[in-house]
Ligand binder design. Structure first.
Ligand code: GTP
Ligand code: MG
Length: 455
């Protein structure tokens, strides 16, 4: 892929910084650098990947703009596989803007969002999955998210997708031989083809299923703190967050609205939501608060049901259980620092997992957090080896899954092989969309426009 123009952009974040880096990529990258960069010591040959001290000067006015390092990077061993150059200037707004303006005046074009990475993709250095991983790395907030994105950038997911693609292609080649040479005695082991398809079908399914876990790592899951008034729900929220997010008072009915914040547990983001105590409402504000909680119950990922260990179990608690029964529940018995009055037979008989805590003293919270993690991530507590985190990948894989499934059916029902071949071609086309080989231009545009300028 030949790119004609040379692009430039400020690649470090806007604002004041120790240094700021301007990147240039394209056939004229080196020429443009030397139009504005005066090295302190001129050399006959400038080595690539070496920092040279010098000044950026406006050759028209001879005005000096900044003292910088200039770096040359030679194609094809660069991020974009094109000739590149970098200017490491002082990280001030005026200096960087002035350098950028000079470059543009000399013939460079301001890069579009993600255009450096797009060129790396178009020039075949990385596939589309890896390009998307670059964006995920930039946007990672937790270690687990980062680990997942780095794995994708390293090409682990690409290689998994390629294995699936090669298996489908292998079977398709066999079947197409039958279609192309119907009169010849071609020896195709249909049983073996079916075995390969069934195994591939399973592998695609596993990847699709990993999306839930992947999404949990990337976008977070929600846990709703629910219970009677005054049992210590807001105190629990504050204790988990280690800050006074919600108002706590000895008065029942303190919390009216939903109050939420993000908690990181073992690398996953959990949106913890404190709610109004569930009781007979005393006014319309409280009624509205309670309605909001009840509406949220069916949609949440986990309910943390808080009970007051220093108080008796009442019919109000039974009403709460009726409202949440059947959801993913974990019980926190709070106020264990006080003499205990709670009879927990109903908790035990319903087989609910419970933790004794004191939100006030901070005791039992680590165990509770581990419980929250396990409940959210399913019983296994150990993540799948490779995760899908991107909804685009999941949707395309779903199509692949269905197409392979239909191909298997055609074979099992001994329908004409043309039918299975049609489905497998469809699956291959979709797999190519994931890695970028057959990805339509508008989807590519969509993906790269989510990047920042300069990446
Ligand atoms: N001794 C003791 N008191 C606690 C504990 N947790 C909360 N409290 C007290 O219980 C009272 C109610 O606490 P909140 O956190 O406001 O209870 P809540 O469930 O949010 O109450 P509403 O918002 O009214 O539904 C406050 O006086 C807290 O200090 C605990 O672990 N031990
Ligand atoms: Mg409260």
């Amino acid at each position: 892929m030949e790119t004609v123009d040379t692009i430039c952009a400020i690649s470090t974040p806007p604002g004041e910084g120790g240094i700021g880096i301007i990147r240039i990529s394209g056939p004229k990258a080196h020429e443009l650098l030397f139009k504005i960069f005066r090295p302190a010591k001129t050399k006959e040959n400038y080595l690539p990947r070496t920092l040279y001290l010098g000044k950026i000067t406006n050759s028209d006015s001879n005005e000096k703009i900044d003292e910088v390092y200039g770096v040359l990077l030679k194609a094809p061993k660069t991020y974009t596989r094109e000739d590149m150059a970098e200017i490491h200037s002082h990280g001030g707004f005026a200096s960087q803007q002035a350098i950028l303006s000079l470059l543009i005046r000399c013939g460079a074009r301001l890069a579009e969002p993600g255009e450096f990475t797009k060129r790396a993709f178009l020039n075949g250095r990385i596939d589309l999955l890896q390009a998307e991983a670059v964006l995920d790395i930039i946007q990672s907030e937790t270690n687990e998210e980062l680990r997942c994105a780095v794995e994708h950038l390293e090409g682990k997911l690409s290689s998994k997708i390629n294995t699936i693609k090669n298996n489908v292609k292998g079977v398709l080649v066999e079947i197409e031989a039958l279609i192309d040479f119907p009169d010849e005695e071609i020896d195709v082991d249909m049983e073996q083809c079916l075995t390969i398809l069934r195994r591939t079908h399973k592998n695609v399914e596993k990847l699709i299923k990993s999306y839930y876990e992947g999404r949990a790592i990337q976008h977070g899951l929600e846990a709703l703190i629910i219970g009677k008034a005054n049992v210590g729900k807001s105190s629990l929220l504050n204790a988990l967050l280690l800050k006074e997010k919600a108002i706590v008072t000895p008065l029942p009915g303190t919390t009216r609205d939903l109050i939420e914040d993000i908690l990181h547990i073992k690398g996953i983001k959990v949106r913890i939501v404190d709610t109004a105590g569930l009781r007979k409402p005393k006014d319309i504000v409280e009624q509205e608060g309670i309605d909001r909680v009840k509406n949220k119950v069916p949609m949440t990922d986990l309910i943390i049901w808080v009970l007051d260990g220093s108080d008796a179990y009442t019919s109000e608690d039974d009403d709460i259980y009726t409202a949440i029964a059947g959801t993913n529940i974990l019980v926190a018995i709070n106020k264990i620092d006080l003499p205990q009055k709670l009879d927990n037979t109903k908790i035990l008989s319903r087989g609910l997992e419970f933790y004794n805590i004191s939100a006030l003293r901070g005791s039992g919270l680590e165990e509770l957090k581990n419980g929250i993690y396990r409940k959210l991530m399913g019983k296994k507590g150990k993540r799948a080896s490779l995760l899908i985190t991107n909804v685009r990948h999941r949707e395309v894989l779903q199509k692949v899954y269905e197409a392979i499934g239909r191909a298997i059916n055609c074979q099992e029902n001994q329908e004409p092989v043309e039918f299975a071949a049609f489905e497998l071609r469809e699956a291959l086309f979709n797999l190519g969309e994931i890695t970028g080989e057959t990805c339509p231009e508008d989807i590519l545009h969509d993906i790269f426009s989510r990047f920042c300028i300069g990446k």
